[in-house]
Ligand binder design. Sequence first.
Ligand code: NAD
Length: 357
Amino acid sequence: MPTLMPQALRAMTHLIARRMGSEDAEAAEVADHLVRANLAGHDSHGVGMLPSYVRNFHNGLLVPNQAPETVLDAGALLVIDAKRGFGQQMAANAVKRAIAKAKEMGACVLAFRNASHIGRIGTYAELAASRGCAFTAFVNVADHHDIQATFGAAEARLGTNPFCCAVPGSDGPAVMLDMATTTIAAGKARVAYNKGTTVPDGCLIDADGNPTNDPTGLIRDHAGALRAFGAHKGSGLAVMCEIMTAAIAGGQGSFVPGKGGTLNSMLAIVIDVSKIGDPAKVDADIQAVKTHVKSAKVAPGVEEVLMPGEPERRMAAKRAQAGIDVDDTTWRDIRAAAQSLGIDDAEFDRTVGANRR
Ligand code: NAD
C-alpha cells in the first residue's frame, strides 16, 4: 500500500485532470479539493474518486471546462446550472459568487444545479468561513442508482444526500458539521470493499432488506442499500435535502432515471455574520457553546467530547506530516484510469515520484 505526501497526490490528480482536458486552474482546483479530502480523513472523497470521474468523462457525463449558466442573479438569489461541469470547479466558483453577494447584501441563497460530483461539501463551507460567512447546505445526489434506504424502507430510493453547516472562526470554520445522511458515505463502503474489509453494524442492508456488514453486493452489484442515519430523523433530513435541491433549487432529482454518472445539486445559504451582529460577540458566543458542550463528563469508553469538525482538523495535521495511505486496489484503479487517458506508467511514476518527499 503506497503512502504518499499531499504534493505527490496533487501532482498526480493535476496530470489526470489535465489529460481529461481541464485547463490548468480547473485541474488545480480538483487536485487541491481531492487531496484536502484525503487530508481530512475522508478517503471516500479523495483521490479514490478519480476512476469514477475518468469513467464519467469517457461516457460524456462529466464535462471539463464547462461554462456554467447563470439562470438568475436577482438580489440575494443566485441560481446557477453547472451543466455536468467538473464539480469541484463549478461549485467553488458558484460559492465564491455567493460569498461576494453575501458580503454585499448580508446573505445569499445559492441554488446550484446539476454539477458532476462536487466532492466533500465541507470544502465549500471552509471557503465561506474563511471569508467570515456561515454556510448551510442541503445537497442531493442524482443520475446514479439509488443507494439510501429511508426509514422503514427495505430498498434504496435516494442518494447519500449530504448536509453541511459551518460557522466562521479565526482560521476557517470554528465548528463544521459535514455529513452524508446515510450512516456512512457511499465512498466509505467503496473504500471498505477495496480493502476487503466490512462496514460497521447498522450501516447496510442486502438486496432482501436484511442487515449485512459486507459491502460487496452494494459496490459490485449495486444491490442493497445504505441505511439513513438516526432512524426517522436522519431519513427526514435526507428527504428534505432531496426536496430543497430537486424541487426548490431546480436540480435533477433521484426520481429521474439516471445515465449512470453522478450529479450533485445544492441549496446553500451563505450569511455574512458581521452584517448581523458584532463579530467579536459572535465569536465569543460560539466559544461559549463549545466550552459548555465539551465540559460534560465523558461517557464510558469515550476519550473526549469533540466538536463537529475537530476529527478532520486533527487528521489533517497528522496526515500533512505522515502522508496519506492509498490502498492497493484504489491505487491500481487510479493507474488504470490514467492509462485510459494515454498516461503511461513512466509518465505516471515520474509525476508522482518527482513530488514524493
Ligand atoms: P463522518 O460520519 O465521518 O462525519 C460526519 C460529521 O461528524 C463530521 O462533521 C465530523 O466532524 C463529525 N464527527 C465525527 N466524529 C465525531 C465525534 N467523535 N464527535 C463529534 N463530531 C464528530 O462523515 P460522512 O457522513 O461519512 O461524510 C463524509 C464526507 O462525504 C463529507 O465530507 C460529505 O460532504 C461527503 N459526501 C459527499 C457527497 C456528494 O455527493 N458530494 C455525498 C455524501 C457525502
